[in-house]
Design a protein around this ligand. Structure first.
Ligand code: ADP
Length: 438
C-alpha cells in the first residue's frame, strides 16, 4: 500500500508539473506574440496620423528606425514606399496575407518564421484613409528559440519541484501509513479511539471477528478435551475388567459378571460415539436443502410408540396429545429432537411419573411440548443444560445411559429449523420443554 500511495503522489506531482509547464508555455507564447504585434500596431497608428499631413510618401523615411521596417502598398499591391530595401526590386505585394486581410477588414497581421528557425518576422498592416496600406514589420528572436534558450531553466525547476514532491510524498506516506502499520502490529492491545476515525468500524469488526474466532477455538478445544475424558472413563474400566480376567485374578464365577460390565461400558462408548457423530451431522449446513413439509404430530406419534417400552421399564406413562401440524424440516432430525426430549423426560422422572407430549398450533405457531412430573432442574442450571456434556446430576445421567449431548443435539436441530426453545421447570415437581416452530 505504501508504495502504491507513493507512486500515486509522484504521478499526481508529475502530471501537475507537466500541466503547469504546458500552460506556462501557452500563456508565454500568447503574451510574446501580443506584445510584438501591439508594438507594431502602436507604431502603425502613430505613422498613420503623421501620414495624413504628408505631401510626399518619401516623408515616411523620417520615421525610419533600425527597429522597424516601413512599407507602403497601394490597393492593387504595388509598393509605393520601402524603408529597408530597393523599391525597384520589390514585386507586387497584393498576395501577402496581412495585406489581403487589411484590404478586407482594415487591418491584418502575420508571422513568418525564418528557415533556420531562430528568428521570426512580425507584420502588421493598416489601411489608410486614402486606401493605401501601411505595413510595419520587425524581426525578432523566434518564440521557439527563446523558449529553447530558457528551457533548461524550466527543466531544472521542474526537476527540482519533482524531487521535492518525491521527498514530500515519501515523508508524507510514511507518516500516513505509520499508524496503520502500528495498528496491525499491536492489534490485540490497540484502543479503538487511537486509530484513524475512518478505520474505527474496520477495527471494531476485526476485533469482533477475532473474538468470535477465539470463542469457537475455545469451544473446539473444550469439546475435544471433554470427548477424550468421556471416552477414557469407560475404556479404563473395560481394560481393568479384561486384565482381571486375563491374569486369572477374577474367580471363575466372576467372569460372567465382568463380561457383562465390559459389554455395558462398550455400550456406553457406542452411544457416546453415536451422539458425537449426530452432533457433527446436525451442524452441517447442507441439511437445510433436504427440508420438506413434515407432520410433526405423526413424527411424535412414531417416537412415543418407540419409547413406550422404555417408559414402562422406568414405571412411567407416556402419552401423546394434539393434532396433525405441518412444519418445514427434516423428518429424521425432528424425530431425533422429540426422541431426546422424551428420553430425558423418562430418565429424569420419578417412579409412577408421567410424560405428556403435545403437538398443537398455539397463536398460529406449531408448538411441541414435552412435559414430565420428574425431578426438575434448578433455575440456575436451566440455561446451561444445552451446553455439550453439561449435566446437573452427573451420576444419575450416567446411570441412566446419558452422554450429556442429548440437549446439545436438540438445540442444534432447533436452530436448523429456526425454532425457539423454552424451559419451565420446578425442582421435585417436573419439567416442561417447549419448542416453537416459525
Ligand atoms: P444427558 O445425556 O446427561 O441426559 P442432556 O444433554 O440430554 O444429557 O441433558 C443435560 C442435563 O440436563 C442432564 O444431565 C440433566 O441433568 C438435565 N436434564 C435434561 N432433561 C431433563 C429433565 N426432563 N428433567 C430433569 N433434568 C433434565
Amino acid at each position: 500500500m505504501k508504495s502504491k500511495i507513493k507512486l500515486r503522489f509522484i504521478l499526481i506531482g508529475t502530471i501537475s508539473i507537466l500541466l503547469t509547464a504546458i500552460l506556462i508555455g501557452i500563456v508565454f507564447h500568447k503574451a510574446y506574440k501580443v506584445q510584438h504585434i501591439d508594438g507594431l500596431k502602436a507604431t502603425a497608428r502613430f505613422l498613420a496620423s503623421g501620414y495624413r499631413h504628408m505631401q510626399d510618401v518619401q516623408e515616411l523615411r523620417s520615421f525610419d528606425t533600425d527597429q522597424f521596417r516601413i512599407t507602403l502598398i497601394s490597393k492593387d499591391g504595388q509598393v509605393l514606399f520601402e524603408s529597408d530595401h530597393d523599391l525597384q526590386r520589390m514585386g507586387n505585394h497584393g498576395d501577402r496575407i496581412e495585406i489581403q486581410e487589411a484590404l478586407e477588414s482594415g487591418e491584418g497581421e502575420s508571422i513568418r518564421h525564418s528557415v533556420t528557425g531562430d528568428t521570426a518576422l512580425y507584420y502588421y498592416a493598416l489601411q489608410l484613409e486614402d486606401g493605401n496600406i501601411l505595413r510595419i514589420s520587425m524581426e525578432t528572436d523566434d518564440f521557439y528559440s527563446v523558449f529553447l534558450k530558457i528551457f533548461p531553466i524550466i527543466a531544472a525547476a521542474v526537476l527540482g519541484v519533482l524531487l521535492a514532491a518525491v521527498l514530500f510524498s515519501i515523508v508524507f506516506t510514511r507518516k500516513l501509513v505509520k499508524p496503520i502499520t502500528e495498528m496491525a502490529e499491536h492489534f490485540d492491545y490497540i484502543d479503538e479511539d487511537e486509530v484513524y476515525e475512518e478505520l474505527r468500524p474496520f477495527v471494531a469488526s476485526m476485533k469482533e471477528q477475532q473474538r468470535k474466532k477465539n470463542a469457537v477455538e475455545k469451544m473446539k478445544q473444550d469439546f475435544t478435551a471433554n470427548v477424550s475424558h468421556e471416552l477414557k472413563t469407560p475404556l479404563t474400566s473395560i481394560s481393568g475388567y479384561a486384565e482381571m480376567i486375563e491374569t486369572g485374578f477374577a474367580a471363575e464365577k466372576d467372569v460372567k459378571e465382568f463380561a457383562g460390565k465390559i459389554r455395558h461400558e462398550s455400550g456406553r462408548l457406542i452411544t457416546l460415539i453415536g451422539d458425537i457423530i449426530k452432533l457433527s451431522e446436525v451442524n452441517e449446513t447442507s441439511i437445510k436443502k433436504e427440508f420438506e413439509p413434515v407432520d410433526l404430530y405423526a413424527v411424535a406419534a412414531h417416537t412415543v410408540e418407540a419409547l413406550s417400552f422404555h417408559a414402562s421399564k422406568h414405571n412411567s406413562t407416556l402419552q401423546l396429545r394434539g393434532e396433525p401440524c405441518f412444519v418445514t424440516g427434516n423428518k429424521g432430525l425432528l424425530e431425533e429432537l422429540i426422541y431426546n426430549l422424551c428420553d430425558n423426560a423418562i430418565r429424569y422422572n420419578k417412579p409412577q411419573g408421567s410424560v405428556t407430549v403435545s403437538v398443537l398450533r398455539e397463536d398460529g405457531k406449531v408448538t411441541l411440548r414435552v412435559k414430565d412430573t420428574g425431578i426438575g432442574i434448578p433455575e440456575k442450571y436451566q440455561e446451561r443444560i444445552f451446553e455439550r456434556f453439561y449435566r446437573v446430576d452427573k451420576s444419575r445421567s450416567k446411570e441412566t445411559g446419558g452422554t450429556g449431548l442429548g440437549l446439545a443435539i436438540v438445540k442444534h436441530i432447533a436452530i436448523q429449523h429456526s425454532a425457539a426453545i423454552f424451559v419451565e421447570s420446578q425442582e421435585e415437581k417436573g419439567t416442561e420443554i417447549k419448542v416453537i416452530f416459525p
